[in-house]
Write a protein that binds this ligand. Structure first.
Ligand SMILES: [Zn+2]
Length: 356
């Protein structure tokens, strides 16, 4: 972030020269064991009896969902869940007819307390437009209800706090949710805006399964070339999509410019939380200055850029890999890390928190 950087937490293990396949679950399993096996064991022991509520805070498109997913891959869905406030609100909204007749609805009404009447708060949900926020008290009641269903699992909460004035709610949220004995943790993610910009600009989505990939940074196994439009396109890897052509979304060519307001707000919240005392914080950064990369990381842990070329005679697409560098928010030339090495930094910090 501008004028302020988190520490670099390297993954190097002395004597370990093996290269791991970070694209497959089995490759990642070996990788995590080699890079943070002891820490994983400690966290696993903690999760036998204990739990945590972790607030994921990062700019839009900083990979919050990816990190929660990787953590769950290591520790298991029976122990940890990723709870997105946005998804929860959409789910309740989408199933309102059924939900409003359920016993969960009565429970929601019972636990809700706020400045608006319950009916007005529910009305705000039903008439919700994306730019209009629901009353925080209503969101808290929805979350409390949802968390009760989880039966003591640890939670990565994504989407709260979303506004600066919601930060203080998160300080007391675990008590409100009946998770009083849980460890609460803030997970702060720092990612350069240039990385978010390229993730958006080159993003493509499968029209059938909605899987998202990137023509420059995260390709599929099959790539085709359209002779008519002189364009490369990614073919969805999902076998049920039967070779669907992945498409850019409207407006993505503009990159971060339409969401600058949101990014600024997210940064303000991260800085506010960073200055808080009393709740432990995990600090993640996904970028490393080029001159320092070798000291802390192995080459295969850095995000490559894919360069596509077409061999017109052989009628096939040739994929070349090269190192990808970007300027961070302070103008320093950096590599961007793949998600697994960032996860190693998360696991190392979390092991310390749950041990104390
Ligand atoms: Zn698909």
């Amino acid at each position: 972030m501008k004028g302020f950087e988190f520490p670099i937490i390297g993954t190097k293990v002395s004597g370990l020269n093996k290269k791991f396949d970070l694209n497959s679950p089995s490759g990642r399993k070996q990788y995590f064991k080699a890079k943070a096996g002891d820490e994983i064991k400690h966290i696993r022991q903690f999760l036998e009896k204990g739990s945590f509520v972790a607030y994921l805070l990062g700019k839009k498109n900083s990979g919050k969902g990816t990190y929660a997913k990787l953590f769950t891959e290591i520790f298991g869905e029976e122990k940890v869940v990723h709870l997105s406030v946005g998804d929860l609100v959409r789910e309740v909204h989408g199933n309102w007819a059924r939900f409003s007749k359920s016993s969960a609805f009565d429970e929601l009404k019972r636990i809700y307390r706020g400045y608006l009447s319950f009916d007005d708060a529910a009305g705000a949900l039903l008439g919700r437009r994306t730019e209009k926020l629901l009353p925080t008290e209503f969101i808290l009641a929805l979350l409390k209800l949802k968390i009760k269903e989880l039966g003591g699992k640890s939670v990565f909460l994504d989407g709260l706090p979303r506004e600066s004035d919601q930060v203080s709610y998160s300080l007391y949220f675990r008590d409100l949710a009946g998770y009083t004995d849980s460890q609460d943790i803030f997970v702060l993610i720092d990612i350069p805006e240039s990385v978010i910009d390229e993730r958006i600009k080159y993003r493509v989505v499968c029209p059938l399964c909605n899987t998202s990939r990137n023509k420059k940074l995260l390709i599929t196994s099959k790539i085709e070339y359209d002779l008519e439009s002189n364009e490369f396109y990614l073919v969805c890897d999902n076998p049920t999509c039967r070779g669907a052509r992945m498409q850019p979304k409207e407006g993505d060519n503009l990159g971060i410019s339409p969401i600058m307001g949101r990014l600024l707000k997210d940064e303000e919240i991260i800085k506010t939380v960073f200055s808080l005392h009393g709740i432990p914080k995990i600090l993640l950064r996904n970028h490393v200055p080029v001159p320092e990369a070798k000291k802390y990381f192995d080459d295969y842990e850095l995000t490559p850029e894919y360069v596509l070329e077409v061999d017109k005679k052989a009628k096939k697409v040739i994929v070349k890999e090269k190192p990808w560098t970007i300027k961070d928010d302070n103008g320093v030339e950096c590599f961007s890390l793949l998600a697994p090495p960032v996860m190693v930094a998360m696991v190392k910090q979390m092991a310390e928190i749950v041990a104390s």
